[in-house]
Every structure is written in C-alpha cells, then in structure tokens.
Design a protein around this ligand. Structure first.
Ligand code: NAG
Ligand code: NAG
Length: 411
C-alpha cells in the first residue's frame, strides 16, 4: 500500500477507493501451485510456469501525462498478457480526476481484476521528459516492479505514445529462446554534437523538487567531459534484464549511484544513464544488444522528438521487424489497422493471445468477456504469428557472434 499512496489532499475517500482498487495485491494468485478459479470470471487458470522452456515474463513501465489516460489504457490493452506485470504512472501534468478515472477503468476490467497484474502509481509527482526527473520516475517504476513480483525477466519502458507492432505471444515466443541476461540498449560512445550540447552543459530539473511539471533550467557555465568513466548515449527506450535492473536499484557497486548523481545535471539523461552504467560495468558489458527494438522515424534534419507515425508508415513499420513503434497521436487511424491486422484486438478488448484463444470470434476479433474462455486459461502457451518470425530473424542477426561482440560498448 505504501507504494501507491495518493497525496493527502486528494482525500480519504479517494485513498480508500484507490487502495481498494490498486492495493499492492499479493500475486500468489498466479504463483500458487494449484489451479485457481476466479469467482468473478469463472476462469480456471493454471499456475505460472517458469521453466527454461516456458515463455519469460515481462514487466512493463508505462508512463504518461495529462490527457493521456485513454491512450495509456489502449496501450495497456494492446500489450496485455496475463503472464506479465504492468505499472502505470500519470505524472503531475494530469489531474487527480484523470488518475482516478484511469484507476477506475482498470478496476472495471474483469480480466485485470482476475489476474491482478496491473497497478497504477498513486503518487503524483512532476516529470520532465527531457530531464533527469523521467529517469528518476523510471527507476521508481523498476523498483516497484522488483518489489511487486519475483517472476519477471525483462523490464520494458513504454510511453503513452508507443504501440506494439506484434502480439505479446509473438514477443514472448521470441524471447523464450533468448538468454535471460541480455539487455536491449541502443548505444554508442560517439557523442558527436551531444558532447558539448548535452554533457558539457549543466542543467537543473525543477521537476525534481517542484510539485508541477516544469521546464529545465540551463546554466551558462560548462564542465569538463568526465574521465572517470566513459559516456555512452543512445535511445531512451530500453528492455533490461532483471539482473541489470537489480544492479541499478540494489547493487553494492557504487557506479549506478554515482552516475545517477552525475546525470542529475544532464539534459535527456534517459538517453545516457543505462547506456553509461552498463558499458562501464565489466560484468554486464557483454550482455548488451545494440538495439531498442523500436521503429522510430526522425525528421531530416532531426528535431528533438521523432515524427508522428501514420498510415503511410505502416509498411515500413512492419518491415522494420521491430517490436514497438513510436510516436502515435491519440486514435490515429493507423492504430486501428494495427489492432485489426496484427493484434486482432476489438475496440475494447486486449490483444490476441493463445491464453484465451476461445475469445476469437468469427470475424477474427475478440471481446474481453471472460465467460468465453471458461474452458480454461493456459498462460504458459503462446502462439506466434508471422510477426514473430520477423522479430526472431532481427534478433538472431543482432546476437550472432560476429554482430553481438563487435557492437558492444565500442569506444
Ligand atoms: C566479455 O567479453 C570480453 C571479450 O570477448 C572478454 O574478454 C571478457 O572476459 C568478457 N567478460 C565477462 C565478464 O564475461
Ligand atoms: C503522414 O505523416 C507525414 C509526415 O508527418 C505527412 O507528410 C503525411 O501527409 C501523413 N500522411 C497521412 C496519410 O496522414
């Protein structure tokens, strides 16, 4: 409960409702040895199996700001699988009402209630997406997820503008055969213009100490590029192994903490923190795969944010073999196409998953009605589609011996 406290001013009633809805629920439901029948759903759910041949478990951190509750909910449903864990955070750009509405929407989905694997951070704190406060929020998410569940293998960061371009079955299938210690981090030590513009400049992020989201303050002074460690930079979107997340959150090595302090005054520190920690940690260096597995399109010349994707990017998106794409506007028509053609997701449903294949209706779409999977839910079997073969071919290329070592933390 501690983790999910609302600010006191929101009031006791809200807290009581939220605590009821979102309490840090014991996850013995999925871990118990015996099958469990959920009274609400009438589902018969087998235990979560975690053998070497079983699919992994993903821990998703989904972050958003004001007016993004619906977008986050749609994304959550698009990446939903009962094996995984999900933690959502709406920052101080959102109102208390929006956060309550998001919590209510999640509470009113029978599936989420039955599997108890979705939580919302009740704390309302400020975040600046260009500053260290988003890094602090991401580490908070990682710490909450470590505490919520001992089962997950990979930590995946998403924002409300992201969307999957394959099903969870596809992603789980591809990751089943991968070593669980791999970290998917796009990185380079070639800092280019960033050396002066990012690392020599000193910024202060007021979102770290003010209630409301605030813009970065840029100091006129500069500092030297560090020589105690080598800076690496790349995409802010990562898929991290549990071992590496534990190293960053609870490790006894001082480097993750030292770098956190250093990056507290660096703009866009999400683009460099994990990269720099992993590439300066001999025990993790060899676990990096140099990719973020996202499809992102930059303008030419690149601006600070990538382009919004629409229908005209659909083919290129699929061809990219990536797992996720960004950025999307709310309800862009291309998302409907992804829902229909790839995720087999009905308007309010979750993405296709073999765990409840009985939900498939004649038109290939599915509903969230639990009673249609009353024949039993198997959360340990996934059914890959052709998207899985595409991702698999990409990942196999990236982790092939010649590619993997030659792209790891090169200086
Ligand atoms: C990482 O790879 C390098 C080069 O292949 C090797 O020399 C080193 O021992 C490896 N480190 C660990 C911790 O396995
Ligand atoms: C898609 O986005 C691009 C670039 O943002 C724009 O030029 C194009 O007109 C858009 N196409 C559609 C179908 O909306």
């Amino acid at each position: 409960m501690r983790l999910l406290k609302f600010s006191p001013w929101i009031g006791i009633l809200v807290f009581a409702v939220a605590a009821f809805i979102l309490g840090v629920i014991s996850h013995s439901f999925l871990r118990g040895g015996a099958s469990v029948a959920d009274q609400n759903l009438g589902l018969v759910v087998g235990p979560l199996l975690k053998g070497p041949a079983d699919p992994p478990v993903f821990a998703y951190w989904i972050s958003g700001t004001g007016d993004e509750g619906q977008k986050m909910l749609r994304l959550l449903k698009a990446v939903y699988h009962p094996r995984n864990r999900y933690v959502l955070h709406l920052d101080a750009g959102s109102s208390a009402l929006e956060r309550i509405n998001l919590a209510h929407s999640i509470q009113s989905e029978r599936l989420f209630r039955a599997f108890r694997n979705v939580d919302v951070i009740g704390q309302n704190y400020a975040v600046d997406r260009t500053g260290p406060s988003i890094l602090s929020a991401t580490l908070h998410g990682a710490a909450v997820l470590l505490r919520l569940s001992a089962d997950w293998d990979w930590f995946i960061t998403l924002s409300s503008s992201d969307y999957p371009i394959m099903t969870q079955d596809d992603l789980l299938h591809v990751f089943t055969s991968l070593p669980r210690n791999l970290n998917f981090i796009d990185h380079t030590s070639d800092l280019g213009w960033k050396e002066y513009d990012r690392f020599d400049k000193i910024v202060v992020d007021p979102s770290l100490y003010m209630d409301k989201n605030s813009q970065l303050l840029i100091s006129s002074g500069t500092r030297k590029t560090p020589d105690a460690f080598k800076i690496f930079t790349g995409s802010p979107w990562v898929i991290l192994s549990r071992a590496f997340v534990e190293h960053c959150i609870h490790g006894s090595d001082n480097l993750p903490r030292k770098l956190l302090m250093y990056f507290a005054n660096v703009a866009y520190s999400m683009e460099s923190y994990f990269q720099t920690v992993i590439c300066n940690s001999p025990e993790f260096q060899n676990t990096t795969v140099n990719t973020d597995l996202r499809y992102i399109v930059w303008d030419n010349p690149p601006g600070l944010e990538p382009l919004f994707l629409n229908q005209s990017y659909y083919k290129a998106m699929i061809k990219s073999r990536a797992a996720f794409a960004r950025r999307f506007m709310e309800d862009d028509p291309v998302l409907k196409k992804v829902d229909k053609k790839i995720l087999k997701r009905a308007q309010n449903g979750v993405g296709f998953g073999q765990w409840c294949s009985a939900q498939l209706k004649n038109n290939g779409e599915k509903t969230l009605k639990g009673d249609t999977c009353s024949s039993g839910v198997d959360i340990n079997t996934v059914k890959p589609s052709p998207s899985a073969a595409r991702l698999k071919s990409l990942v196999l290329e990236l982790i092939s011996e010649e590619s993997l070592f030659s792209n790891q933390c090169k200086v």
